[in-house]
Design a protein around this ligand. Structure first.
Ligand code: ADP
Length: 479
């Protein structure tokens, strides 16, 4: 995962920030995920395409170099017999004694064509190697059949001697940035001779690969710049395409939210009427048939639960609006909210045989909606008390962390399984359906908490270990 953290995550966060700016905090992650997937596919295709183009061009250029080496070698091979003859004369015949001074070891050093032919006053190299001009970047060497170097032309020669066995079709050898082609040269075969018997010698042609490498390097740079420019254009196009493709989805999403909001609103009045009627009936128990008392209690509890659900849905619908209502926002001390909550729930904790403790730094103010913030911490605290078995501890702490207020609600409860953690903030999601059903939750508590934190520009995370406990951490920016 380090690559993910290093590359994907920062890009994702930048896109998310841009989209949140454009769409006023909404759907930032949805847009970013879609755009990043789109860019990932396009850039992968672009990368694969340019790598393939580069590989093909490089292969082609290397083959061109090899062909040039083979052509020069073939042309040089036709002169080997004459050169061999002339060299033998110069080194063996008495009249040329001293023409080539011997080395200290008594052998003859390799000489140039010019030196060799000076005895006839033939000065032209072109005569021997037709169609070739020997540049400073190349060299040709003629060897006899014992692999002794006789004559050489040019200025680039590989330091290594010839390999012992050279295939009849020749062999390409690369050393550092030079490439050589070695071609064995044979005389026209007589039937009784074996191949090795009519071997005349070898020709080795060497060329520098500097030019080729420079060309390929420049080509690679141009390809990279091209890919970068296209990626930039694709990114710009991607913003527009993402926007266009998400429009219909977002529209139906908005309609769905509006429907939820309207439906909850419409349910509110009849529910209030039902609850009021039940309250009236319960206030006159003598009028209720004794057999119906329990049923009435069940109806009262179910309608209270439904009212809570409708209120939660309405709250979410209100917070989902593109521009949240900030009229109730003000500067508020977080330690006061948390202190009040701890006081409020201390009896409940005692009843459940739980230790409820707090570590709060004083006078830490944030700017926000006091009712919403109180609701946020209530949801977290109620969950912590609800999902911690008797004898456990719940700790509420408040600290300053650089530019944020850091609130932790930690418990020693049942914990959450790692595979369930990513879903914990989803609407209507509960870790264990049967257990949560018993506890009477709706699965909206954490979704509401997350929406409130996001409305306040903060961040909520959870660390949990099954059977050990959970820690919900809320970060809210300081004003
Ligand atoms: P609910 O109304 O069911 O509590 P929430 O949205 O508040 O809904 O929580 C969703 C689910 O996350 C819960 O059903 C529970 O399984 C799990 N959960 C939340 N808080 C805790 C906690 N402190 N410890 C263990 N599980 C938790």
């Amino acid at each position: 995962m380090p690559i993910f953290n290093l590359i994907y995550k920062p890009i994702y966060q930048v896109f998310q920030a841009i989209f949140q700016l454009i769409h006023k905090q909404q759907y930032g992650s949805l847009y970013s995920r879609l755009l990043l997937s789109y860019l990932l596919v396009i850039i992968t295709i672009l990368g694969a395409f340019s790598t393939a183009v580069y590989a093909l061009v490089a292969r082609d250029r290397h083959q061109q170099l090899n062909t040039a080496l083979r052509q020069i070698a073939a042309a040089s091979a036709s002169t080997l017999e004459i050169i061999h003859h002339e060299y033998e004369e110069v080194t063996r015949e008495k009249k040329y004694q001293g023409y080539i001074p011997r080395n200290a070891d008594g052998n003859f050093p390799p000489i140039s064509l010019r030196q060799l032919m000076d005895k006839y006053r033939f000065k032209s190299l072109q005569y021997f190697v037709p169609n070739s001009r020997i540049s400073a970047e190349q060299g040709i060497e003629w060897f006899n059949s014992q692999q002794q170097l006789m004559v050489r032309e040019g200025s680039l020669f590989p330091p290594k001697s010839l390999p012992k066995v050279v295939p009849p079709k020749g062999q390409i050898i690369e050393q550092g940035n030079i490439r050589s082609f070695i071609l064995p040269v044979y005389a026209a075969a007589k039937p009784e001779q074996s191949k090795s018997e009519h071997l005349l010698g070898y020709v080795r042609v060497t060329k520098s690969m500097d030019l080729l490498n420079t060309e390929l390097h420049q080509f690679r740079q141009k390809l990279i710049i091209g890919v970068m420019i296209i990626s930039g254009l694709v990114t710009m196009g991607g913003f527009w395409l993402t926007h266009q493709s998400l429009q219909p989805i977002l529209q139906s999403f908005e309609q769905l939210k509006q429907f939820t909001s309207d439906a909850s609103h419409e349910l509110r009045s009849p529910l209030t009427a039902i609850r009021a009627s039940i309250a009236v009936m319960q206030s006159h128990p003598e009028r209720v048939h004794p057999a119906d008392v329990e049923k009435l209690k069940a109806i009262a509890s179910a309608s209270a639960q439904m009212s809570q659900l409708v209120e939660d849905l309405l709250l979410l619908a209100r917070m989902d609006r593109q521009t949240p209502d900030r009229t109730p926002w003000r500067h508020i001390a977080l330690d006061e909210i948390l202190e009040d909550l701890v006081d409020l729930y201390s009896d409940r904790a005692e009843e459940a045989n739980l230790k409820l403790q707090s570590q709060l730094i004083p006078n830490l103010e944030v700017y926000g909606d006091p009712a919403q913030l109180s609701r946020l911490f209530t949801n977290l605290l109620v969950n912590a008390l609800q999902y911690t078995p008797s004898g456990g501890t719940v700790t509420v702490s408040l600290q300053r962390h650089r530019t944020h207020a850091l609130i932790r609600i930690e418990d020693t409860g049942i914990g959450i399984a790692p595979d369930q953690l990513p879903h914990i903030f989803d609407r209507f999601w509960r870790a264990d359906q049967a257990r949560s059903q018993q506890q009477g939750g709706s699965g909206l508590g954490l979704a509401i908490a997350k929406t409130i934190v996001q409305t306040h520009g903060g961040d909520i995370t959870v660390h949990s270990q099954l059977g050990q406990g959970s820690c919900f951490q809320v970060k809210i920016p300081l004003p």
